[in-house]
Design a protein around this ligand. Structure first.
Ligand code: FPP
Length: 254
């Protein structure tokens, strides 16, 4: 039998298996600059479109049943970018805090911040704290914003806290370190997505991502829409997570 495929026939999006939705998705939102360059626009326009896309992806995560979304918004290394771009990114954060937080709150999203406050302008620090406080009892989705965040900085900070507490060396375990990270209390990411095709971790969740599944797509962040997210979640659903063990052991445990 010959299958006839009509040009104008829309292929329905494959269904997501509700039992294989990652609980925690983390995203390296890369490619804003290249998205803008392709269109002859300033890089900051790419970041502005990136902010718009973030709203769409937050909504899609709620719809798909993701519980925690962590986004890499500004790294400890991003301060090295030209001052005009750093200022633009700070203004975008301020816009998000001024305009989006109310909507997020209305939609039951809890906003958390991971990263350090040192170096962030005091008025932004205040707005971040207020957003976290306002939304603290929401439970539809945790939106973890990695801002002024670096994985190495986070580990250094954790080690400093542990040493200051006077804990004996033999009592320091994986669990103790996890409890001193900015992400304490939040489960490790199941899926880490990187847009724009770069095959790098870029200092993002380097401790927490030890057993995360990675998904890299060439799509630039402003174009990474709900259907692209669906593709990533479907791909995640096909992966077999073994956490260093063998298939038979994983099967016995499940
Ligand atoms: C990486 O793309 C993206 C960033 C450094 C910033 C991400 C920010 C947003 C998506 C806007 C939302 C922001 C906040 C603060 C909530 P790139 O500039 O490195 O792109 P390129 O690799 O193509 O140059």
């Amino acid at each position: 039998m010959v299958a006839v495929i009509r040009d104008n026939e829309e292929t329905p999006a494959p269904a997501l298996d509700p039992d294989r939705i990652p609980r925690h998705v983390a995203i390296i939102m890369d490619g804003n600059g290249r998205w803008a360059k392709q269109r002859g626009l300033p890089r900051t326009e790419g970041h502005r479109q990136g902010k718009e896309n973030l709203r769409r992806i937050v909504e899609a995560c709620v719809e798909f049943g993701v519980e925690i979304l962590t986004i890499y918004a500004f790294s400890t290394e991003n301060w090295e970018r030209p001052p005009s771009e750093v200022n633009a990114l700070m203004s975008i954060l301020e816009l998000v805090l001024n305009q989006e937080v109310k909507r997020l709150h209305k939609n039951g999203v809890r906003v958390c911040h991971i990263g350090k406050m040192d170096g962030v302008a005091p008025h932004l620090q205040e707005k971040i704290r207020k957003a976290v406080e306002l939304t603290r009892n929401n439970d539809r989705l945790i939106l973890n914003v990695a801002f002024n965040y670096g994985g190495r900085d986070e580990i250094v900070h954790a080690v400093q806290e542990i040493v200051r507490s006077g804990m004996p060396a033999e009592e320091i375990t994986d669990e103790v370190i996890s409890q001193h990270l900015y992400t304490r209390g939040i489960p490790d990411p199941d899926l880490i997505i990187r847009t724009s095709g770069e095959l790098r971790v870029s200092n993002f969740l380097i401790w927490q991502g030890a057993y995360s599944e990675y998904y890299v797509t060439p799509v630039y962040w402003p174009d990474f829409d709900k259907e692209e997210l669906r593709k990533a979640l479907i791909e995640y659903g096909r992966r077999r997570r073994r956490f260093g063990k063998i298939d038979e052991q994983v099967e016995q445990e499940s």
